[in-house]
Write a protein that binds this ligand. Sequence first.
Ligand SMILES: *Cc1c(COP(=O)(O)O)cnc(C)c1O
Length: 406
Amino acid sequence: MTQVHPPARLLMGPGPVDADPRVLRAMAAPLVGQFDPFMTGTMTETMALWRTVWDTTNEQTFLVDGTSRAGIEAALVSLLEPGDRVLVPVFGRFGHLLAEIGARAGAEVHTIETEWGTVFDPGQVEDAVRRVRPRVVAVVHGDTSTTMAQPLADLGRIAHEHDALLYVDATATLGGNPFPTDTWGVDAATAGLQKCLGGPSGSAPVTLSPAAVAAIGRRTQIEAGLRTAHDVPPAGAPIRSNYLDLAQIMEYWGPRRLNHHTEATSMLYAARECARLLADEGVDAAVARHARHGAAMLAGVRGLGLEVFGDPAHTMHNVVAVRIPAGVDGDAVRGTLLDDFGIEIGTSFGPLHGVVWRIGTMGYNARRDAVLTTLAALEHVLRRAGHPAPAGGGTDAALASYAEAP
Ligand SMILES: *Cc1c(COP(=O)(O)O)cnc(C)c1O
């Protein structure tokens, strides 16, 4: 066998996307011991950097080791007690995931659903909260399966007026769309690095409001004596995760540094670098960059004569769902793009499978050259597949979009 040597790729799907080379370099930095002052200092710096990305003053802002799903599961199993009611507004695939994880945590799950390609009016969520009286409202911000972003500005207020906490999965949106955690009254939010944040999957940034921390503390006290990693649950206590118990993970990241897991050092370096790069660019500037390149990609696919799926008023900045033209084999086009151009675009799930491709412009790939290269290659492959894409139609439209909003 030889050393691992991946082919050159431009990852323009709904994530993962290419990691920023500076993040990959940070990951190659040497390891130190887990309680080395450099290590604990780096953890503390990383917490501060992520407060900037989350736009929060939440003391409890840290990382869960694992992919985005580990963050989601940690939040839900730590916030919910068996029998608690949780309300999940579902507008795509990841809403179903929140409902499933809630059920596995032993909660009583209530869902409301809206058609794929649409989002909820805050009044619909408020009606459901009144009816269900949940302890937690758990919602996805941007669901990559439909490309929709649920407006969140009113949901924190709605949850709090009815004594509920608001949990948000911001994996697909953070860094590329506005996410003012404190202004929106979000109590718990989690993400992953591989979308707009410019890193690989494998670390889940988390932020918790004081109210969420208090709820986790109450829950932990109910399970008498589970305050430290060394305590054993009393006989008959509900089965709970140890690895994903945020009460224990907070003690590890906090001043007491109580041993829990061994923090994944190379992923810590990666997550620190992702946040450092965003803080350096300015989070608002990064969001504006995603808006600019997303708009150029949208103009470009329309310039190729393609139609876009979903309510245009509520699409995320960083991923567009493009209808596969009649008579064109969607998977064959994706295969040719990959084989001949080294470019990956995304397929789709559930009701959208075979109906749309999903094209992302996010993280390190929210760049003009990546947008133009993808549109030029797509034009070529579409024409070979028998779709009459106008010559230069995609790149010209993208360039016109850039000229309007440089
Ligand atoms: C991409 C995505 C995830 C991914 O979870 P992983 O565990 O990192 O694969 C989760 N939630 C949303 C909304 C996503 O778009």
